[in-house]
Ligand binder design. Structure first.
Ligand code: 5AD
Ligand code: SF4
Length: 451
């Protein structure tokens, strides 16, 4: 009998992690068993990211290294899925003829059917221009964790609520790889979360490219009444037994007062917020087509902190956007000093296909980008350490993710990783109260209360 073993490699964001989970579940239904190494695989699926050029290069170097494996085993099937698949389509097969399947972001659900048509190279990358809800957003399929999932998947799960983006920030490839914004029906989301909580899941992370504009582009409830993200958040937070609720990613321009009130109202909405600012300079924000100013952003940060004083804020920053002057970069550094983020993800601007910024002629040099990134990251690391020291001696609730003989790891409500130096008397998935005894740049240390 044909051996059915699959090895899935995922690059990129949480949306991709969730999409890989869906592909893995669908393949398991067809009898595929997940394997730990690619040598054992009869099928290799690479779920790809194209947000920056580096992520795309990683795909092509992995594909290059698989050429020999395919020569040694011609029945091996190699599938490229996700954002680079969407963007490059048949170019991938032309450049890497040992690839069998290319599956775009709206076809991942069809992977098993496409596979069943044996023998031919297939490229499936149709991207709907209308507000079509992809099949996997209508019916997420099995709710059990993917076969190769980490143990945390038993109690912490991603739920996709929308996908695509209509914003067209001038640097961003996402509107081209994920297509137009489309939201899932609210009742389907509530049903999925209710069922997950019923299986013992304690933490839910709602996902979308821009969750703040949930429900804006297509009706999401039966009567077609307005159903904004804040309403969804309240409805999901009210599901009996859900201990922790988080969401990502948000666009500052769509962050409503009502959503800010949710942080004051909902106990199980975690005090953590990722609010990408990208730049602290109004001139650059305008060139990026972000549709907010530095002052608008700072006002929202102040109101969020007033609603929830213990909120841990993180952000994304791009340095070296075309035309960024020293003064523009300085404005980003000043914003960092003003907000004092708990952490941030910072990137050098990278040209992406189809984007408006890729055709701008005032690009920054590689040296300037590297230098600015270094300066930003060094200061952020100092601030993260200072922020983390504020937690010393505080008591935090930790959701345990892993337990070893000599310690354990879990997360605080603020999403800080907390390391315990002694094995606690509790298993992964349970909550323990911890006193914080140490703070590093990227994590906290602590001891369980009463030990
Ligand atoms: N160059 C650099 N960083 C980018 N990002 C998105 N597109 C680019 C690009 N072309 C960053 C943004 C976004 C994060 C997910 O990736 O900061 O918020
Ligand atoms: Fe990209 Fe902007 Fe859409 Fe975010 S909001 S996915 S940065 S286009």
């Amino acid at each position: 009998m044909e051996k059915k073993t699959v090895w899935i490699k995922t690059f990129g964001c949480q949306m991709n992690i969730r999409d890989s989970e869906i592909m893995s579940q669908k393949l398991a239904e067809q009898g595929y068993r997940a394997c730990a190494s690619l040598e054992e695989a009869s099928l290799i699926v690479i779920n790809t990211c194209s947000v920056r050029a580096k992520a795309e290069q990683k795909l092509f170097s992995l594909l290059g290294s698989l050429r020999a494996a395919k020569q040694a085993n011609p029945s091996l099937r190699i599938c490229v899925a996700g954002c680079v698949a969407q963007q490059e389509g048949k170019n991938i097969v032309e450049r890497m003829p040992h690839v069998d399947l290319v599956i775009g972001t709206q076809q991942i659900y069809d992977l098993p059917e496409v596979l069943a048509r044996a023998g031919t190279v297939q490229v499936r990358t149709e991207l709907s221009e209308t507000y079509h809800i992809p099949r996997y957003l209508q019916d997420p399929g099995s709710l059990s964790p993917a076969p190769e999932a980490e143990e945390t998947a038993l109690f912490s799960r991603y739920v996709t609520i929308m996908q695509g983006c209509n914003n067209f920030c001038t640097y961003c490839v996402v509107p081209f790889t994920r297509g137009r914004e489309v939201s899932r029906r609210a009742a389907d989301i509530i049903d999925e979360v209710t069922r997950l909580v019923g299986t013992g899941v304690r933490e839910i992370i709602l996902l979308g490219q821009n969750v703040n504009s949930y429900g804006r582009e297509n009706p999401v409830c039966e009567d077609g009444a307005p159903y904004p993200f804040s309403r969804l958040l309240r409805d999901v937070a009210g599901i009996e037994g859900l201990r922790r609720l988080r969401f990502t990613t948000s666009h500052p321009k769509d962050l409503s007062d009502d959503l800010i009130s949710c942080f004051a109202e909902l106990d199980n909405l975690c005090p953590q917020f990722h609010l990408p600012v990208q730049s602290g300079s109004d001139a650059i924000l305008r060139k990026m087509n972000r549709k907010y100013t530095r002052a608008d952003y700072l006002d929202k940060v102040d109101r969020l902190r007033a609603a929830r004083p213990d909120l841990a804020l993180t952000t994304d920053i791009i340095v070296g956007f075309p035309g960024e002057t020293d003064a523009d970069f300085q404005a980003t550094m000043e914003l960092l000093e003003r907000v004092r983020y708990h952490g941030s993800f910072s990137f050098k601007y990278s040209d992406r296909p189809n984007t408006a910024a890729s055709s701008y002629t005032d690009k920054c040099s590689e040296e300037i980008k590297s230098e600015r990134l270094r300066i930003f990251q060094r200061r952020q690391d100092e601030i993260s350490l200072e922020r983390n020291r504020e937690y010393l001696d505080r008591i935090v609730d930790v959701l345990l993710e892993s337990v070893q003989d000599d310690g354990a790891m879990g997360r605080a409500p603020t999403n800080h990783i907390v390391h315990l130096e002694k094995r606690p008397d509790a298993s992964p998935g349970s909550f323990i109260r911890v006193r914080v005894t140490g703070a590093g740049q990227h994590s906290l240390k602590g001891v369980p209360l009463g030990s």
